[in-house]
Design a protein around this ligand. Sequence first.
Ligand code: MN
Length: 230
Amino acid sequence: MTYAIDLWTAPALPIAGTSELFPVRRVFCVGRNYVEHQKEMGGDGREQPFFFIKSAHALVPQGGSVHYPPKTANYHYETEMVVAIARRGRRIAARNANEHIFGYAVGLDMTRRDLQQIGKDKGRPWDFGKDFDEAAPCGALAPAARIGHPAKGAIWLTVNGKERQRADLADMIWSVPEQIEYLSQYYTLEPGDLIFSGTPAGVGPVNPGDQLHAGIDGVGELKVTIAPPL
Ligand code: MN
């Protein structure tokens, strides 16, 4: 059998230090996973985090030029550590979660904040606020076999050279193993799945021409320039 239209290539991330690619299946994202970010979004800092999903086709591997998206006037960055799953599992205990992880990267959970707010106000899905073209720039994966499993260390972002976000991975409400334990009760996690593990405080708007530089100590860095709308 052949396909009636051209088959697209799998979304994939480069693996740092190799010529191999990591094919991406699904992109899970945890919301409100840092206390100070909960507070800046209007919460009391005591909420349980939760998940939403972006299309794997929203990935922008290794960043670069990302177009200002349509239908928004409040386009935000969120700097996050991205976790790549390489081994299938369901109902994974947190103590075993690291065995399912291939590696880690720096990602940006780009957000149309105004459209997300409409979703919140009306009790509608967040998709238009979170899942759109080029909404998930992501750097190269650093294999856990090389860097281990980072549970602390600085996560930061500058915009045009000014620091906008700085926190520590240890400030997550749900650690990465706890996220995997929770998520794998609802889904069978599969090789190729990614988890965006939440943003610290300091989120804010960007505009065409802005230069974003994100990093996580021991994991990597990611550079994005906001291009004019298509
Ligand atoms: Mn986020």
